[in-house]
Design a protein. Sequence first.
Length: 276
Amino acid sequence: MADNWNDTEIDLIVADYFAMLADELGGKAFNKAEHNRALQDIIPRSRGSIEFKHQNISAVLLGLGQPWIEGYKPAANFQNALVDGVLRWLDTRPDWLAPQKRAVPPSRLREASTLWIGPPPTQRNEPPTVDPEFMAAIGRKYDVAVRDARNRALGKAGEEIVLQHEQSSLRQAGREDLADKVRWTAVQDGDGFGYDIASFETDGRERLIEVKTTNGWERTPFHISRNELAVADARRDDWHLVRLWNFAREPKAFAIRPPLEAHVELTATSFLAGLR
């Protein structure tokens, strides 16, 4: 029997993986061994082969900016057809991780005030678990940054958590007056300002926050507009980018300050074409 899995086998194991992942994200217990045995009954593959393929799916999801089952450590060296199989599953279920369907529990919203916003990951302080160039190649195929940017529900949910964090932090610092003035610019005033939230430092200085949210890992690429880059450059002392990641499971965050080029590699992804 050929080593490569066919599309039918891939579709079956991908569906099984997402069933387990849904249980894990929903806080429900599941038995990996039982799932493995059930697959052996319908797929002519060994226990070890199925186990490794589950790990391959974790690696694919890592590259696609999606959550993955913590018990299946990402393993690379998989066939391209597996990426296509995961994409088939995701593309037929666009609301799979929509915040309104998989809402953040109230207890987690209350914890927004204690959201720890740390430094961005680097090769030195947070080595990637899988080759980042390999993950980036998958991300480009799926266009992760654009898909996250178009997911308005995900973006709004992330902004709301950061908004609550800003207000609560100011209140805890005794600046109730400033907390009451924090403005959700993207919702109250509309897009186009180059930031989502107008907050304050405890001394009253402006704190302009652009929020980027993903369900994926901390190295998931994100989209940033020309206007956001311009505002970041013009308001270097006030502008902050807060990156929320792992949002579907347990939101975590890090912050980036201008100049952005010191922290990220900016890649042009579209061009304006005018007739000659």
